[in-house]
Write a protein that binds this ligand. Structure first.
Ligand code: SF4
Ligand code: SF4
Length: 247
């Protein structure tokens, strides 16, 4: 007992002060991409052709963050002339189309549903469905339960049964084999319920887009309330989106 208390005292308080205080991410973190409107047409076309995710629209000068896997290839290829990545990790949106952007995102708080805030603002229980994810999106959701992020202090928890949940959080490209399990989990969740798509796979198929084995994104199967882009989204991206949308 004394050892436990000494340990606790020595370690101090480890939980992040975010969102009350800003938090800094490592310099190599790639957040919200910003397209340079003055970039040459050649740079735009070169980046669009090289993007493994077909996420760049050279003509409209946009990046689809729902497809982008944040590999940084376009930034390296154009030496930052066409697109550069900021440190902004606050990327969640309530509308899929908002993820197709030249760099701006609407304030998520302005798009959150008032009835969701009223219903789930004090307590939100979520069932996670890994629909053929690679486990990175899942791991970065799991980490929210650790003392550093301490998601439970905001009244948000992951639960074992959809019957105890207020909504589902879906990761992975939703393979054919997982589709039935996903739909049954959704059906088992009592209404009113929320649906959250986490990661490029759940939003658009991610690196597997175009494969006949996966869906074209969760929105083609269910009404999605919140989109959280990334591959995987940083835990802070998940935390920001959940707090902004529901609190
Ligand atoms: S960072 Fe995104 S937009 Fe750029 S090449 Fe990679 S996937 Fe494509
Ligand atoms: S979005 Fe990326 S990290 Fe998440 S499941 Fe798909 S491949 Fe894995």
């Amino acid at each position: 007992m004394l050892n436990t208390l000494r340990n606790r005292f020595e370690q101090g308080y480890r939980t992040s002060a975010y969102p009350k205080e800003p938090i800094e991410l490592p310099a190599r973190y790639r957040g919200r991409p910003v397209v340079n409107p003055d970039a040459s047409g050649d740079d735009a076309v070169q980046c669009a052709e090289a993007c493994p995710q077909a996420a760049i629209d050279a003509e409209n000068r946009t990046v689809d963050m729902g497809r982008c896997v944040f590999c940084g290839y376009c930034e390296r290829l154009s030496d930052g002339r066409f697109v550069s990545f900021t440190q902004d990790f606050e990327l969640g949106t309530a509308d899929r189309t908002h993820l197709i952007t030249a760099g701006d995102l609407p304030d998520l708080a302005d798009h959150s549903e008032r009835h969701f805030r009223k219903l789930f603002g004090r307590s939100l229980q979520l069932r996670q469905v890994s629909a053929a994810g690679c486990n990175a999106c899942e791991a970065d959701l799991n980490v929210l339960a650790t003392p550093f992020f301490d998601l439970a202090r905001f009244g948000i928890n992951f639960v074992a049964s959809p019957r105890h949940a207020d909504g589902i959080v879906v990761t992975g490209p939703i393979s054919r084999n997982m589709k039935t399990a996903l739909m049954e989990t959704y059906d088992a969740t009592p209404a009113p319920k929320v649906v959250i798509a986490v990661g490029a796979c759940a939003i658009s198929g991610g690196p597997f887009y175009g494969s006949p084995e996966v869906s074209e994104g969760l929105e083609s199967l269910l009404p999605v309330d919140l989109f959280i882009p990334g591959c995987p989204p940083h835990p802070l991206t998940n935390l920001h989106a959940l707090l902004t949308f529901f609190k």
